[in-house]
Design a protein around this ligand. Structure first.
Ligand code: FRU
Length: 496
């Protein structure tokens, strides 16, 4: 409904709640062909409030179906972020017949305790579902992990550790990650801590995730800890860093080069300003690591110019672990099946001295661009998405300093909060190559840029008065090679 002004900023293929406030993705799991997403939700307003878990499902990661609210606050508190696992062997005993129970763990945040000035108002609790995630029963003996005397103690992420044959859980405690193990998902024992002396700490650690990954092209297994923090992100505000290392069943030990990382280290899932609190789906077949984040930033999330609903998610992304020059790195790619939901369109260069394209559909509201650029003998590359209202989003690379940037100071509506346009955001280029590979996806109000096959990722949102309808490379005589422009089409028949 583009003609409805209230809807003019709603993305088409990124998940948004039908109405009201959303933040972090929660409890994502896969079962029998359905991907479940729960999310931090306040169903009575368009700013943060008493937290519920909203619920949506998808079979293809692009068309979403809204479901009933899964968990509501109660006398023990609001329902903060958490995770869900499928208890295939009914280790919890919550299952009844043929289908495995799904167990969720979330943080109870007690607003009364907070008001009273207590320190221990966050604790961990569980709920179970015997209908594959549609309806939930909270466990009668909650909380399962009481607060040990820490103000920030939340966001439990569980996983089945098949290597050490145990349930594992990692949560954030002030600016540390705490690890717990369990046999039945009800009784949890703290086994270790991580976070001293390494990584970014200029904020509270939130929403961790922990899982083993196969190093691409080998049989080597490494463990990855994802750890969001707010503020203190790479470009200020909210951001998500990661660590790669080994896990002996109890203790996570990061690689040597990750043991003393400074605040502005190069290991971030995404360097852009709008990918926060992202975690991965559990119970996926194969070794797939599928990630999705909240496409906003606590710096301005509650003020963005949408009224009926606020915030969307990133597109799901496949994470890949590579070892290059003995450094382990996470690469991100748009989820693999995305290729089935796009159609190549033809574009013609209409620029005189530089490269400019527009499209027959009239706008670049839902597109993907992939191309390569020769950088030899150049100092910079500047790209621009521009609209008829004169709004323009600039991004690109400063070649000598190896810094990517996004500049949204003229991208459209920016004055709703002074820190929205701010300075340009930057990201390091992490490889040496005279060819720059660019792959970016636009929706109505977002861009997700995957440079160098996904080694450096930047995700940012924007609010142009009219949709961007032209794409330019602002360097004289610089032409993209192997340019492919796709239209994203959500209902594509298999044959196309
Ligand atoms: C992260 C976060 C979590 C918390 C939730 C509350 O964005 O602050 O740490 O559980 O949001 O909505």
């Amino acid at each position: 409904a583009t003609s409805d002004p209230a809807e003019m900023f709603r993305p088409s293929f990124h998940f948004t709640p039908e109405e009201h406030w959303m933040n972090d993705p929660n409890g994502m799991f896969y079962l029998d062909g359905t991907y479940h997403l729960y999310y931090q939700y306040y169903p009575e307003g368009n700013v943060w409030g008493p937290m519920h878990w909203g619920h949506a499902t998808t079979k293809d990661l692009i068309n979403w179906e809204h479901q009933d609210i899964a968990l509501k606050p109660d006398e023990k508190g609001y329902i903060f972020s958490g995770s869900a696992v499928v208890d295939l062997e009914n280790t919890s005993g919550f299952g009844n017949d043929s289908i495995p129970p799904v167990i969720a763990m979330f943080t109870y945040h007690d607003p009364e305790g907070e008001k009273a000035g207590d320190i221990d108002y966050q604790s961990q609790a569980i709920a179970y579902s015997n209908d594959s995630g549609y309806t939930w029963t909270k466990y009668q003996d909650n909380p399962v992990i009481p607060n040990p005397g820490l103000k920030d103690f939340r966001d439990p992420k569980m996983l089945r550790d098949t290597i050490n044959d145990q349930w594992l859980m990692v949560l954030s405690a002030n600016d540390r990650s705490f690890f717990y193990a369990s046999e039945n998902l009800k009784d949890w024992k703290k086994i270790s801590e991580f976070g001293l002396n390494t990584g970014a700490h200029n904020g509270v650690w939130e929403c961790p995730d922990f899982f083993p990954m196969k190093v691409e092209g080998s049989d080597e297994i490494k463990w990855v800890l994802i750890q969001s923090l707010n503020p203190g992100g790479y470009n200020g505000g909210s951001g998500t860093q990661y660590f790669v290392g080994d896990f002996d069943g109890k203790q996570f030990t990061p690689e040597k080069n990750m043991q003393n990382l400074e605040e502005k280290h190069p290991f971030w899932i995404d360097f852009g300003r709008d990918n926060y609190a992202g975690v991965t789906w559990s119970n996926l077949p194969g070794n797939r690591v599928l990630f999705m984040g909240w496409m906003s930033n606590w710096l301005y999330a509650q003020e963005v110019p949408t009224e009926k609903w606020r915030s969307s998610m990133t597109i799901p992304r496949d994470l890949i672990l590579k070892k290059e020059d003995s450094v382990y790195q996470i690469y991100s790619e748009p989820f693999r099946e995305f290729k089935n939901y796009r159609k190549q369109i033809s574009v013609k260069n209409s620029g005189e001295s530089n490269f400019v394209v527009s499209t027959d559909t009239g706008d670049f509201l839902q597109n993907q661009f992939t191309f390569e650029l020769p950088l030899k003998d150049r100092k910079k590359v500047n790209f621009a998405l521009t609209s008829k209202s004169g709004d323009t989003l600039q991004f690109g690379l400063d070649i000598p300093s190896k810094q990517f940037f996004v500049d949204r100071s003229k991208s459209g509506m920016v004055n709703f909060k002074d820190n929205f346009s701010g300075e340009r955001s930057t990201a390091p280029r992490l490889i040496d190559s005279e060819t720059l590979k660019v792959n970016f996806i636009t929706d109505r109000t977002s861009i997700e840029i995957f440079y160098d096959n996904g080694r450096t990722v930047m995700t940012e949102i924007f609010f142009p008065e009219k949709p961007y309808d032209s794409f330019a490379i602002l360097e004289e005589g610089l032409k993209p090679q192997n340019l492919k422009v796709y239209d994203v089409r959500m209902k594509l028949s298999k044959k196309e």
